[in-house]
Design a protein. Structure first.
Length: 207
């Protein structure tokens, strides 16, 4: 008799996504991001690797703190999306409601429920790979730069699946893969963790 893993009897990528959005209201993890740009004629593809920390508080607050190789911070405080580049001494501020709906951040941190996501994405189960369950998200809008996103979850029997990976393909052929490690489910995070004040002397660009 062939033994069947209990995970395969209940879990799928879409079910894991639904449970994740429903049950994980806050989260923290370390991340590594590998960005591969398409090769130009006669050249090899350009690959850039960075790492840092990620945290979020559903439905509309999150922060990416890049540490290596260069410092950079992306913060969504509920009203404004801030991008701080210390090397350029520059902060870019955008109205959050206008830029987040069909972004990868909406899939993992911003959406209040799956129905909210389905307004902007077509969601389908993708084949299991690397021990993870995957969801394919295709943006309904054809005007943006985002072409497709795959979200990978690691199923845990009797518990909410944890976020493990995010694969992003844009319309320019660039591929970005974020791998999350040490994911903490529902840590206590205060609203102040997502506040951002541009440092004195920094150029602030509002878009």
């Amino acid at each position: 008799m062939i033994a069947i893993s209990p995970l395969n009897t209940w879990a799928s990528g879409l079910k894991s996504l639904e449970d994740f959005i429903k049950n994980v209201k806050t989260g923290q993890a370390d991340f590594t991001q590998v960005v591969t740009s398409p090769a130009k004629e006669g050249q090899t593809p350009r690959i850039k690797t960075s790492s840092g920390q990620f945290e979020f508080s559903r439905p509309n607050r999150f922060k990416f703190t890049y540490v290596k190789p260069f410092a950079q911070t992306i913060v969504a405080d509920g009203q404004t999306l801030w991008l701080h580049d210390p090397d350029l001494n520059q902060v870019t501020a955008r109205q959050q409601s206008q830029v987040l709906g069909s972004t990868p951040a909406a899939l993992i941190a911003s959406a209040a429920d799956v129905k909210a996501l389905q307004a902007d994405f077509t969601l389908t189960d993708a084949p299991d790979k690397g021990g993870l369950q995957w969801v394919l998200a295709m943006p309904k809008s054809k005007d943006g730069q985002l072409q497709a996103v795959r979200v990978g979850f690691r199923a845990v029997a009797g518990d909410t699946a944890t976020l493990e990976a995010l694969e992003i393909q844009d319309s320019f052929g660039q591929r970005s893969v974020l791998t999350f490690t040490g994911f903490r489910v529902n840590p206590a995070l205060s609203a102040k963790a997502f506040e951002f004040t541009p440092p004195a002397g920094t150029d602030v660009l509002k878009q």
